[in-house]
Design a protein around this ligand. Sequence first.
Ligand code: GLV
Length: 330
Amino acid sequence: MTRPKVFVTRIIRDAGMNLIREVCDADIWDGNMPPSREVLLERVRGVDGLLCLLTDFVDGELLDAAGPQLIVVSNHAVGFDNIVVADATARGIPVGNTPGILTDATADIAFALLLAAARRLPEAERYLRNGKWKTWEPSALLGADLAGKTLGLVGFGRIGQAVAKRAVGFDLRVIYHDPTALPGFGAIKMNSLNELLREADFVSVHTPLNESTRHLVNADFLSRMKPNAVLVNTSRGPVVDQAALFDALKTRQIFSAALDVTDPEPLPLDSPLLTLENCLIVPHIGSASERTRNDMSRLAAENLVAGVMGKKLPHCVNPEVYGDRWFGSP
Ligand code: GLV
């Protein structure tokens, strides 16, 4: 029996790689950098399944280059803004993602960033390394307290809720704005974003990237934040208008910001944001823990393998492609 042909756009953790190799005839891009568009267009030709990363742009052109036998696209990420899902749906191709397993790791990073930006950790470390630490100073490197303050979550899905859970232990009052989410973990629903921005001392963004959230954090948003507020973004870079953020930080309109995601990625080293003491930036490491990346690779592989075997994907972002096809009892 011929094995399904798949293209995997990067070497992923063994948990996933082994599963793919067991079942499929896998062509694996082994470069450290993502394959170029030309390489992608070439290597997908004739495959039954594609496992891609958030660094690969998947649209109708790529799906057509693969050919009509392509029956699954599996994204090694929970976010799927790198894929034009409507193009996949129009061709009847299910798209898989990796929800759930990276919730805690991403919430941990959001909280680490919040604490680091509030207490000026990167700045304090630079202070030490640059030989400025001469004595214990009553007024040096003073940051913001958490206890008794308000954390505003923009987006209250799995990750937002996991951040709320952590916030309880820090005596933060938690409010959120998300028209579709129900309250949980003691968080209070705000009917409007304005209301949230008026009250929050810390604002953490947990929305997907789409046309309604692109540049959601713009000059107007930032001007509505409290003067000493801290912004944290672990969602997607383009949710923040970085030029507006630079102005707000430079003029101390807000206290500080901490970003795990930027626009573009990687952030060019001449980005004005990197000249600011009150802006902490890390290179999209929200899910970068040993266990989480192993689990992501396994889940992405399970989606891929299910797809090429003609089964329903365990995690599918466009289940409408199945119509009322019946897959047997669960
Ligand atoms: C990471 O950013 C992901 O979406 O999985």
